[in-house]
Design a protein around this ligand. Sequence first.
Ligand SMILES: NC(=O)c1ccc[n+]([C@@H]2O[C@H](COP(=O)([O-])OP(=O)(O)OC[C@H]3O[C@@H](n4cnc5c(N)ncnc54)[C@H](OP(=O)(O)O)[C@@H]3O)[C@@H](O)[C@H]2O)c1
Length: 392
Amino acid sequence: MKTLTILGATGSIGQSTLDVVRQHRERFVIEALVANANVAQLAADAREFGARLAVTADPARYDELRDALFGTGIEVAAGPEAVLEAAARPVDQVMAAIVGVAGLAPTLAALEAHNTILLANKECLVSAGELFMARARALSVPVVPVDSEHNAILQCFERGNARAVERIILTASGGPFRTRPLEELASVTPEEALRHPNWDMGAKVTIDSATLMNKGLELMEAFHLYPVGVEQLEAILHPQSIVHSLVAYADGSVLAQLGTPDMRTPIAVALAWPERIATNVQRLDLALLGQLTFEPIDEERFPAPGLALAALARGGSAGAILNAANEVAVAAFLRHELAFTRIVPLVAEVLGAAERENMIAPLASLDDVRAADSYGRAKALELCDSSARAAC
Ligand SMILES: NC(=O)c1ccc[n+]([C@@H]2O[C@H](COP(=O)([O-])OP(=O)(O)OC[C@H]3O[C@@H](n4cnc5c(N)ncnc54)[C@H](OP(=O)(O)O)[C@@H]3O)[C@@H](O)[C@H]2O)c1
């Protein structure tokens, strides 16, 4: 049996992880479940799975969680320190699925404790990729990607033939606005942007999918996860989300991983890697599907992947600044305070300001990452305010 802690247990990835575990109760023991605001779900899951520990990051919710688990014998804790302690408890695997940069410190704490990391959180690699992977290598801790694209590459990348890999090709659905006339994009609402055609995900990643910033972040992640150069990374549109990514080799072969768009498949792959376990996801029926289509990314409609690749090539704190600015811009859009078409330009403006102000520098520590993150947030807020003023 494997011991498992889930960071971000109440989220989309956390709940899908518990669903896979539900099907394999004989294989997994839940050590800790960690969440933030959704204490009712956290308590229900802790009871169902007999977790040893349940933690909310919000100290104000401690009493609510304690009362909900009263009499169960499940240990209860609250606050950021408790999250770090939960992440550092020795287990076989930690599912790192807290959304946003808040996931960085707990995932690093899990890494330092030599817990194998099943990585869903993007910020560990986008904001701190070099530091994070250097630490993982130094400690010999496996980092197993959960995101469907990187998980697909995991399955297609022949480590023994790494030198023969020519390209990594990430697929992107194109989100809900792939064919919407460009002039209509400025007025799309958060409600429309949250309706992803293929995937059921958390709000932040769904908006990132609509701008294709998600693909940009994934290109950055792929660079840190696999031994390839920036110039070997590509993204293409594939509206059906059936081919989850591809690896092209020097002999002309292209290996792809296919499946219905359901995160329980990559989660199961990560949980069992290098073995395989069953899931009850819908099976792929290619004959029924009829056709799979691919198209290049229109850079005018979707400037985010190009921006992310430029930030990746720039290196140092550029990734952390890009990520922070994007988080602020997405949150402002979700609050109806920023137009959809302003999200990516605002991130570009923050990176431009960072360059002019000499804020793009090498990252030597988590403090450097935090400083870059704070700069990106502050600058994005400033620009959000001025764009809100301009809109008035
Ligand atoms: N969903 C997907 O299909 C998908 C695919 C690939 C990668 N990812 C990545 O995986 C991560 C999780 O995505 P998601 O879609 O599952 O997000 P989500 O549905 O928004 O869930 C986020 C989880 O993080 C918890 N959380 C938020 N702030 C926290 C904090 N400060 N401390 C502890 N826990 C905190 C939330 O708790 P409460 O709910 O209790 O507030 C929730 O459990 C993201 O980085 C995303 O980019 C997601």
